[in-house]
Ligand binder design. Structure first.
Ligand code: EPU
Length: 432
């Protein structure tokens, strides 16, 4: 098992390169199953969720070839099974994308139910609503979700999502890309990775319009063929480094980002007195003065992302005054707050709202990550805190942040990964 040992209180200086987007990669890799040919995917982040996705595909008969550390070629011409490995698929939340991909291409899918949840109920009823509208029968049996198109191939349908769901939007979009006829998804999510998945599918021969708006129109095609595609930069990884600079101080150039995707995060940091200068595909983030309080409410894109809520709360715990954070996407995403309190933060959680009373400083402590973004928040707090922190359960962090230790060390942070006895594989929370 690995722990991060951090001596905080040192401002960050230098440049950091942002990797490909996790939440795009974990959808685009399953979508490669729909391609009857070879697709080359570039800018893939080296994170454990991606490794799992690739192993799941390999298990189904996909040929996977690493071209370099961030590029793979996936050949799904010889898929021999539509039943995913239980052990692999249950470890990752995004395995639900395998349903849309397999159902779309082969008219059937058997995918393990993703396991326990970390921040509240995570239903997939909207995914199922879409598949059912397209003529699929979906049942849960023996720990697997069994989905099959009653006529062998899905048919296009109009689907209105009752909640704005990233996963349901992407899953229905995949299934519809190879369905017969037209599909319209209304009240669709608009996150950057939805546009990325649509662009990937279109570059393989699909016909999808409107991704990035709340109405997506898909004309089914009979086959997708191969091609090359590069994944967009990770909005949340970039936001996490911005938050780290805000908390620890210093000046960092965040490279390889799409500034438009960062607007919702930039706006909040500027309200707090952090300077953010935008240039083409970089952001220069600088904190010279004391942080000011602000209020944050998480919302679907283009609102403030829920996946940045723990990190911004860590920053606000050091701001002057009292800030309110409202989590409106997930119903239990404050489990990390107790860990921040161990470091001296003053935060009261009442339902969906956290009241954050800024303190003068945090102090290092032994703390434990309970999920990916919670872990990122603890790293941020530890970088800003006086003294030494030891963060355990960093496997969660490594699900979604490529080389975080090396990247932070490159900015002058005093952070080390140390091996301690323990079992690293049995993480029973499946989020992200
Ligand atoms: N919801 C339903 N029914 C559904 C689907 C969702 O009620 O069928 C509800 C959820 O319970 C939640 C809300 O809708 O309250 C939004 O859920 P959504 O489906 O958008 O989330 P997701 O697709 O399961 C993805 C990201 C999460 C991110 C959310 C919201 C991936 C693999 N995961 O999850 O990312 O928080 O969108 O933006 O893309 C992370 O990266 O740390 C992470 C948790």
């Amino acid at each position: 098992m690995t722990k991060y040992v951090i001596h905080g209180g040192k401002p960050l200086f230098g440049e950091v390169e942002i990797s490909g987007a996790k939440n795009a990669a974990v959808a685009i890799i399953p979508a490669a199953l729909m391609v009857d040919g070879v697709c080359r995917i570039e800018n893939i982040p080296q994170i454990s969720d991606v490794t799992l996705c690739l192993r799941i595909l390999e298990n189904l008969g996909a040929g996977i070839r690493s071209v370099n550390s961030h590029t793979v070629e996936i050949d799904c011409t010889r898929i021999h099974s539509t039943r995913t490995s239980y052990e692999l698929a249950r470890k990752i939340r995004a395995s639900y994308y395998l349903i849309g991909a397999l159902l779309g291409r082969f008219g059937q899918a058997e995918v393990a139910m993703p396991g326990g949840c970390n921040f509240g109920v995570r239903p997939i009823d909207q995914h199922v609503k879409g598949f059912t509208a397209m003529g699929a029968k979906v049942v849960v049996e023996g720990g697997f979700i069994h989905a099959s198109a009653e006529t062998g191939r899905l048919r296009g349908a109009n689907v209105y999502l009752d909640v704005v769901s990233v996963g349901a939007t992407m899953n229905i979009m995949m299934a519809a890309a190879l369905a017969e006829g037209n599909t319209v998804i209304e009240n669709a999510a608009k996150e950057p990775h939805i546009v990325d998945l649509a662009n990937f599918l279109n570059s393989m021969g699909a016909s999808i319009r409107g991704a990035g708006t709340d109405t997506i129109k898909i004309t089914g095609v009979s086959r997708l063929t191969g091609g090359t595609y590069a994944i967009i930069p990770d909005q949340i990884e970039a936001g996490t480094y911005m938050a780290a600079v805000a908390a620890a101080g210093g000046q960092v150039l965040i490279k390889n980002i799409i500034p438009k995707h960062m607007d919702c995060i930039t706006a909040k940091l500027e309200e707090m007195g952090v300077s953010v200068e935008e240039k083409e595909d970089t952001l220069l983030v600088r904190r010279t003065e004391a942080l000011q309080k602000t209020n944050v409410k998480t919302l679907p894109y283009p609102g403030f992302p829920t996946d940045m809520q723990p990190q911004i709360t860590a920053v606000l715990s050091l701001a002057e005054g009292t800030s309110l954070v409202t989590e409106s996407v997930w119903n239990n995403r404050y489990r990390y707050v107790d860990e921040l309190k161990r470091m001296g933060a003053s935060i009261q959680v009442d339902g969906k709202t956290a009241v954050v009373e800024g303190v003068d400083h945090l102090t290092g402590a032994p703390i434990q990550a309970c999920d990916l973004r919670a872990g990122a928040a603890l790293v941020i707090a530890a970088l800003a805190a006086r003294g030494q922190s030891e963060i355990s359960c960093v496997q969660y962090i490594e699900r979604g942040y490529e080389n975080i230790v090396e990247k932070l060390r490159g900015l002058g942070a005093d952070i080390r990964a140390v091996e301690v006895p323990g079992d690293s594989d049995e993480l029973e929370a499946h989020i992200g």
